[in-house]
Design a protein around this ligand. Structure first.
Ligand SMILES: *Cc1c(COP(=O)(O)O)cnc(C)c1O
Length: 492
């Protein structure tokens, strides 16, 4: 098989292997690594039909990570997708009222981030070994709530790594915060910043680009990497479940071979929907990719007008993991529609950094026809939860509800639609239970877990049991402009 290399979206001279891209996370000049071309699957849809999740993962990931041996990659997959998940299938495809919900929340921290972050530590330590890296790897992570816990759980006590997570102090759900601040492990730190997710993400990106800081750390035997979806080691494992979902629909006779399906993704940093696009480029018959936003609808406006403009109020919503105004992974799509022109991409990203806004050209806009956007207001999100529950008994989390609402409004008539279901409703218990019954609004959050279990006829997940009564270990806080100092003090 041909080796696949990775380029930077902002510098055409750079070319690295998959394992090097995973190790560094972000390219040296702030660009993101992208495959030279998105590889095609080398199996037919029919062959995919009977495969387990792990087998599908190998089929997809080996096309992207060509410098991993079969033994290395299969080892990573085996260690990642095991009994940490509460279903043997790893993900479930549930048909509700003629729509398919792809439940991606059966991992250890009950959000879809587990799909990639269960395997990233293994990909990263394998990459370090392959490249003879002896430095300790410091994982810097900004989180809008779910990445943080999933990354902490994945990297806790992993030899040769340390992880520091930054989350917005008042920008995550109570369950999300408790999950993070109770995390055990002697290589983990959690810091609440006084700011929003965009501040946290910009702070982390700035540290990656800080050459002086990089040298200082190297002297101490450290190097940075990222667990955010800017790391292709996050993105590649996310392609797998879209391939798997298509194969399951086929296996269950829900679709004909080669029938087009639409995918709706509740979107924040644009990682999950980009993975769906990569699945399409690999050869999966996907029609439209529908990007669903909450009231922070920067992406909806972008798909409508071709103007990306983050100069607007940041809204705190009941779907906090999508409260993002700078969607990092959009850069990878911009690069593709700019004809893989790294200069053009770099200039647009500089405009975004300096003025908070850029506009794409007509020829670029024309290449976005596979995508469309939609959004749900706070009221529409709550109404969707209540409506679906009332009609079917199925309980959606707030993020999935945003996508479900958008699906109703925008899916093509007659086409089967798969909605990425990104979190368990237990994680956002207060908002979800209030949407179902207004009288829950003033009830204690912890009391609502039992009610949720009764109402949804599902068992309380282990992740919830784990936070009940757990000790709070992490209490660090810092201002958004003091993240670098905080990292230095943590690392001594
Ligand atoms: C992270 C997250 C999202 C957004 O995913 P992106 O890949 O950042 O677009 C949506 N829903 C939930 C529950 C999440 O945790």
């Amino acid at each position: 098989m041909m080796d696949l290399y990775y380029k930077s979206t902002r510098n055409s001279d750079l070319k690295v292997t998959a394992s090097e891209a995973i190790l560094t996370g972000l390219a040296p000049n702030g660009g993101l690594f992208v495959p030279e071309q998105v590889p095609k699957l080398d199996v037919t849809l029919n062959e995919l039909k009977g495969m387990s999740y792990q087998e599908t993962a190998y089929c997809v990931m080996k096309q992207f990570l060509t410098d991993f041996t079969e033994e290395e990659l299969k080892g990573c997959i085996q260690k990642a997708y095991d009994s940490k998940f509460d279903t043997e299938e790893i993900v479930s495809l549930v048909k509700v009222d003629n729509t398919y919900y792809l439940e991606l929340f059966h991992g250890a921290t009950i959000a879809f981030k587990d799909m990639a972050l269960s395997i990233l530590p293994h990909l990263l330590t394998t990459s370090a070994r392959k490249n003879k890296v002896s430095n300790e790897i410091i994982i810097l992570t900004a989180t809008s709530g779910d990445t943080g816990k999933a990354a902490l759980a994945g990297f806790a006590d992993v030899k040769g790594t340390r992880i520091i997570v930054f989350y917005p102090k008042n920008g995550v759900s109570r369950v999300q915060e408790l999950q993070m601040v109770t995390q055990k492990g002697n290589n983990v730190d959690v810091v609440a910043i006084h700011g929003n997710f965009d501040n946290a993400q910009s702070g982390v990106k700035a540290m990656f680009e800080d050459k002086e800081l990089g040298r200082e750390l190297a002297d101490k035997g450290y190097q940075f990497s990222s667990a955010n979806s800017i790391n292709i080691g996050r993105l590649v494992p996310q392609v797998v479940y879209y391939v798997y979902a298509y194969a399951k629909l086929l296996e269950h006779g829900e679709i004909e071979e080669n029938e087009l399906i639409d995918i709706v993704v509740p979107t924040g940093n644009f990682g999950n929907i980009l993975a769906a696009y990569y699945a399409k480029l690999m050869g999966i018959p996907i029609g439209k990719l529908i990007c669903a936003s909450n009231e922070n609808k920067v992406l909806f406006d972008f798909f409508q007008t071709g103007v990306y403009d983050k100069n607007r109020d940041f809204v705190l919503t009941t779907s906090p993991s999508m409260d993002i105004l700078i969607s990092s992974n959009l850069e990878r799509l911009i690069y593709l529609i700019a004809g893989e022109d790294s200069n053009r991409t770099r200039l647009l990203m500089e405009e975004l950094k300096n003025g908070g806004r850029y506009e794409i050209s007509e020829d670029m806009k024309a290449k976005l026809k596979d995508f469309s956007g939609g959004y749900a207001s706070e009221a529409e999100t709550a109404e969707e939860i209540s409506k679906v529950y009332g009609k079917t008994g199925y309980v959606l989390d707030t993020h999935t509800a945003v996508a479900s609402h958008v699906c109703r409004k925008t899916c093509e008539d007659g086409r089967k639609c798969v909605i990425a279901s990104t979190a368990s409703p237990y994680k956002f218990v207060k908002s979800v239970m209030t949407a179902i019954d207004k009288s829950n609004e003033n009830k204690d959050e912890f009391a609502l877990f039992e009610t949720m279990s009764e109402v949804s006829k599902t068992q309380m997940p282990q992740a919830i049991k784990d936070i009940l009564g757990a000790d709070i270990i992490h209490k660090k806080e810092c201002d958004a402009d003091k993240m670098k100092e905080t990292v230095k003090s943590i690392l001594g």
